[in-house]
Design a protein around this ligand. Sequence first.
Ligand SMILES: Cc1cc2nc3c(=O)[nH]c(=O)nc-3n(C[C@H](O)[C@H](O)[C@H](O)COP(=O)(O)OP(=O)(O)OC[C@H]3O[C@@H](n4cnc5c(N)ncnc54)[C@H](O)[C@@H]3O)c2cc1C
Ligand code: SF4
Length: 584
Amino acid sequence: MDNPQLKKAPLVYDVAIVGSGAGGGMAAYMLAKAGAKVVLLEAGGYYDPADPKYITQMKWPWESPRRGAATEFRSGGDFDAAWGGWAIDGEPYSSKDGTEFHWFRSRMLGGRTNHWGRISLRFGPDDFRRKSMTGVGEDWPIGYDDIKPFYDRVDKLIGVFGSVENFPNEPDGIFLPPPKPRLHELMIRKGATSIGIPVIPSRLSILTKPVNNERGQCFYCRQCNRGCQAYADFSSSSVLCIPAVKTGNVTLINGAMAREVLTDPQTGLATGVSYVDTRTLQEITVRAKAVMLGASACESARILLNSKSSRFPNGLANSSGVVGKYLNDSTGASRSAFVPALMDRKRYNEDGVGGMHVFTPWWLDNSKLDFPRGYHIEYGGGMGMPGYGFGGGIEAMHRLVPGRDGKMKQPGGYGAGFKDDQRRFYGAYISMSGRGEPVPLESNYCEIDPDKVDKYGIPVLRFRYKWSDYEVKQAKHMQDTFEEIIHAMGGIALGPKPGPDDAHGYGLAAPGRIIHEVGTVRMGNDPKTSALNKYQQAHEVKNLFVVDAAPFPSQGDKNVTWTILASAMRTSEYFIEQVKQKSL
Ligand SMILES: Cc1cc2nc3c(=O)[nH]c(=O)nc-3n(C[C@H](O)[C@H](O)[C@H](O)COP(=O)(O)OP(=O)(O)OC[C@H]3O[C@@H](n4cnc5c(N)ncnc54)[C@H](O)[C@@H]3O)c2cc1C
Ligand code: SF4
């Protein structure tokens, strides 16, 4: 929009940041600490995990009318901290060419970091140069050495537990002590390592020791997805946004749904952001000397594509035409198993942290396999507090082993027999999920849907995404590995082994389901093939930056958020340096 007739906020801020998740939260924190006057626009409401009005941690299932069950617009259920999920009322998205993409969004201060899994892995040196190594995909314009100092600082600022292992492509961090493995995890480790698959302590951003006076230490309630009132796990709300606001340098505006970045038609520079106030539906402009987008990978692409003007007819920072393209999410496939040795256990509290205590990093050499990228394995199991829909079909478990009287029973049951089944089998099953790296493709993208707007009148995204054979072959390998581990630990795999026709091939989850979208505003050295330079600064608009995962040319076989935090910190430092040098 060239000359919007909008209500204008009076002040010109140093920086307008859109979105308060991992990327936007880190940028707000860094810039506020450096003394910049920041306006932080967040589409969702205010949220503080320590405020009693939001606390769901330690509540019993019967304290929710639905026992915590999910609803269409609260897909994690009443207790989960996500205000949103796979669908948001009045904010649709679409897909084309018969393809599928699932988009998880949380509308709240801190975004999806309030209820994420806290798996906090660094990308390794090879993850930045996959094209050079394999001929497919794209290299990053930076290497591990460029980002390592920022990973180190994020480790110290936020806190992450783990163990030093010296794996070549799974860099160690500055770790707090990891929690001990629980019984099912010891059994997984024993089984997997006996067949040459490593199982090491997980790396989660949860404080097993205090890191400062503002945040408490984990007391092992296993409910990180509900948000931690002690601030002992990492959420952008508690660890970055609230401290940033406390500096006095951040004006936080909740309920501010950004529509587009505004630019000066003469200079082409960003001049601010126009947003819709989600309560009054009024359109408001904030003015700023620089803009940073951290609305999440797809949403930042959407904002740029919607920021059309006579100077930028293709959307902002998009002369290359790459904005929206190369969308890629982690692959995912799972299997679960019943483990007779875990049956008939004495009850005791084995809650631990709100996530797995062990995991398997990628351990093989892709040059010897028929797919070019690796995956890691996340494990589940144990005796957590039962919630709505718990148990995963316990009433059918007794078809797998004889009853106490040595006789086999028919599936189903009620009364005393059913209760006995719960006692015998609860906590006797495990699950494993592969999370892998896909090859980013130009043909997987999001674009503006020409026919749909959301309830604020903002054009919405339309997705096109199809897995390639690489990912299907990787999922097949995951399934073979899962069965080997299950057999090695004396388990009984549940359900039939997924084959080529199951889900997207060998149980491969639909694109988007693993919630690690990246790549939609990719960075690179060549403005013809990338939208941003290596500092995540738009090639064409020097006061415009993107600080979420949109700039990442690829995923790594790791979860992405630790890299979002490190790269947002790096971009913020670069910005501060540029301002000091008067280059911005
Ligand atoms: C259940 C779950 C488990 C996960 N587990 C892990 C894990 O273990 N490890 C890992 O690395 N990652 C995990 N993730 C992914 C992780 O949550 C994301 O990578 C991370 O939150 C992305 O940060 P972000 O800043 O890009 O976006 P978000 O966290 O999504 O934040 C974006 C923010 O921008 C706001 N916003 C969006 N559009 C607009 C707009 N137009 N105007 C203003 N504000 C806007 C949103 O309301 C939101 O607050 C998980 C995600 C989920 C849902
Ligand atoms: S497991 Fe620890 S960090 Fe997670 S919510 Fe409970 S106390 Fe907080």
